[in-house]
Design a protein around this ligand. Structure first.
Ligand SMILES: NC(=O)c1ccc[n+]([C@@H]2O[C@H](COP(=O)([O-])OP(=O)(O)OC[C@H]3O[C@@H](n4cnc5c(N)ncnc54)[C@H](O)[C@@H]3O)[C@@H](O)[C@H]2O)c1
Length: 265
């Protein structure tokens, strides 16, 4: 599918990967790009820099009524919603000690927001026989995120949402995509955290990730892996799960040692 002449929506478009996707999509001559973020000022700044018609709309993806208002507004103003980048996402550090509030927040942003936005947009695409819905998951959704149980679990769930939608809607002309990057240089990476320092070593820019994503949409490829090593690790995981677990636990131990050394300094 081409972006040209389409109505494009990007959530979490105020900065980072969402911003890069909005700017790259704008360069592909869409009808309009709707840059949505809970941070309206950031979204306005991105919309102002788009090279095609663009509009900034505030929306917290955790709130179903805000998603309903956002999608109704786009349909009223532009008639349809053709390409959706369901991109907003958050993380939280920690394992079993993660609080119920943190779990709830990650479930809402990283999982339920995709389901809700899909509910509000995919039936319209299916009716038209054309559309694309892109879930930003993470390499953590096909591998794991050392140091964050809630991120790993919710990103696996977001991959599952994208898979399920693909199985159920691809024959109705709706393209589903699942974006699974490893480290990307954005404010998301906390450079005080040894795990994120480790990810930063092989990190890509948000623009590189956006380019790979737009190419995958043009090629209609479901799984988008901008980092080739993620595909290698993913293959290794399915070939020899126990060895994969063993290797990742060695990396975890190494990073835990770095973290404890940093705390002592
Ligand atoms: N940066 C990475 O290394 C990396 C790696 C893999 C996956 N990802 C995923 O990519 C996506 C974007 O990450 P990023 O690196 O650009 O992060 P970022 O923190 O730089 O940007 C996230 C944007 O989403 C917005 N946002 C957060 N919660 C929101 C909410 N409830 N409603 C609306 N907007 C909200 C923020 O305001 C911000 O503008 C996320 O889903 C993240 O999990 C990031």
């Amino acid at each position: 599918m081409q972006i040209t002449d389409q109505v494009v929506l990007v959530t979490g478009g105020g900065r980072g990967i969402g911003k890069a996707i909005a700017l790259r999509a704008a360069a592909a001559s869409p009808r309009v790009v709707i840059v949505s973020d809970r941070d309206l000022a950031a979204a306005e700044d991105v919309a102002a820099n788009c090279s095609s018609p663009a509009l900034a709309v505030a929306c917290d993806v955790c709130a179903p009524h805000e998603l309903e208002r956002l999608t109704a507004q786009i349909r009223d103003q532009h008639g349809s919603i053709d390409v959706v980048f369901s991109n907003a996402g958050v993380t939280a550090k920690g394992g079993l000690e993660t609080s119920p509030e943190e779990w709830e927040n990650l479930w809402k942003v990283n999982v339920l927001s995709h389901v809700e936005l899909a509910r509000l947009t995919i039936p319209g695409m299916a009716e038209k026989g054309q559309g694309a819905f892109i879930v930003t998951a993470s390499a953590a959704g096909v591998l794991t995120e050392i140091g964050s149980l809630s991120y790993s679990v919710t990103k696996h769930a977001s991959v599952s949402v994208a898979e399920w939608l693909s199985v159920h809607y691809r024959r109705q002309g709706v393209q589903l995509h699942c974006l699974c990057p490893a480290g990307v240089v954005t404010e998301f990476l906390d450079m005080d955290d040894p795990v994120h320092q480790f990810l930063h070593v092989s990190a890509l820019t948000a623009e590189q990730v956006a380019d790979t994503t737009l190419q995958a949409i043009a090629d209609n490829r479901f799984l988008i892996l901008p980092h080739p090593e993620v595909l290698e690790f993913f293959r290794f995981k399915t070939e020899d799960y126990d060895r994969w677990l063993h290797n990742f636990s060695r990396v975890q131990q190494r990073l835990a040692k770095v973290a404890s050394k940093q705390q002592q300094e």
